[in-house]
Ligand binder design. Structure first.
Ligand code: NDP
Length: 280
């Protein structure tokens, strides 16, 4: 396999750190980015000649461009861009203040969009590369208490689907990744709990509880996720979406079947909305 350059956001923890270790063990170079580069010290020590640690808070405008410039200055190219930085919010729509919703979108959606815009001129000039956007199984479906998180991931998926069509002619692949529960710090410090309103105890209460108890009980292995992503981007026919974990596969299959069942059940009503020829 030829040596690649992987550019990873949120490489200080969980998935991002695992993606970096996977790339290094495959002999690739890594641009590991994080809000606090002190947290990248272990990665740098693992392969000082193949790791560039660079500051990148994806919610801060302008930092993506600087990190991409530094990546190209050090390694000359970017082959795999992984938009991984993100966090979660748990709370009902009514419990989630506007500022929390906007801050989440700034990181999970606008942050990824800015990194993509910064990297695209490089990938287009190369006429090759892959953009991997870490969504979630919550990026295709949602449930009570995860509206904000799902909104940010649905937005990322919508952008990614259009992006895939736009950049395919340049030889650039786009992969949306939809993990189920993986053992990272997401359910620890990276999950923000909104102040509870008792009116939502019966609907959001279980989600709130689940978000606490899932920490360090998740079945998914981030290093195996990294290997699955590498396999998908190296495949001749890379899928647009890759689910990860039995939980994600089961939930998205059930959700897709429900969508189709609703479509079939309401198809006649849906199409009977055309302007009558007689009234034109
Ligand atoms: P972690 O909390 O372990 O890692 C999150 C990473 O994102 C950290 O490195 C964190 O940096 C970084 N981050 C957060 N905000 C910013 C920001 N503004 N700029 C740069 N980096 C930032 O959780 P995961 O590894 O699980 O999360 C990675 C991605 O995976 C997220 O997008 C998450 O939504 C997604 N995901 C995770 C699932 C799981 O079960 N683990 C399931 C589905 C999706 P810092 O160290 O500075 O806090």
């Amino acid at each position: 396999m030829t040596k690649q350059v992987w550019f990873i956001t949120g490489a200080s923890s969980g998935f991002g750190e695992a993606f970096a270790h996977h790339a290094l063990s495959a002999g690739h170079c890594v641009v590991a980015t994080a809000r606090d580069i002190a947290k990248l010290q272990g990665l740098v020590e693992a392969a000082p000649d193949r790791v560039l640690a660079h500051r990148l808070d994806v919610a801060k405008s302008g930092e993506a461009e600087a990190a991409v410039k530094a990546a190209v200055a050090r390694f000359g190219r970017i082959d795999v861009l992984i938009n991984n930085a993100g966090y979660g919010v748990v709370g009902a729509v009514e419990e989630t203040p506007d500022a929390e919703l906007r801050a989440l979108m700034d990181t999970n959606f606008f942050g990824a969009a800015e990194v993509i815009r910064a990297a695209l001129p490089i990938l287009r000039a190369q006429r090759a590369g892959a953009i991997v956007n870490i969504s979630s199984m919550g990026g295709q479906m949602s449930f009570a208490g995860f509206s904000a998180y799902s909104a940010s991931k649905f937005a990322l998926e919508g952008l990614s689907e259009a992006l895939a069509a736009e950049v395919a002619p340049f030889g650039i692949k786009v992969l949306i990744v939809e993990p189920g529960q993986f053992r990272t710090n997401l359910a620890g410090g990276a999950m923000r709990h909104m102040p509870a309103n008792d009116a939502y105890r019966d609907t959001v209460g279980a989600t709130r509880e689940f978000a606490h108890t899932m920490h360090h009980t998740q079945q998914g292995d981030p290093l195996k996720a990294a290997a699955a992503i590498a396999k998908a981007i190296e495949a001749e026919h890379t899928p647009l979406r890759l689910q990860l974990g039995q939980d994600s596969v089961d939930a998205i299959r059930a959700h897709s079947e429900n969508l189709l069942a609703d479509l079939r059940a309401w198809e006649t009503v849906a199409i009977d909305t055309r302007i009558d020829a007689s009234s034109e």
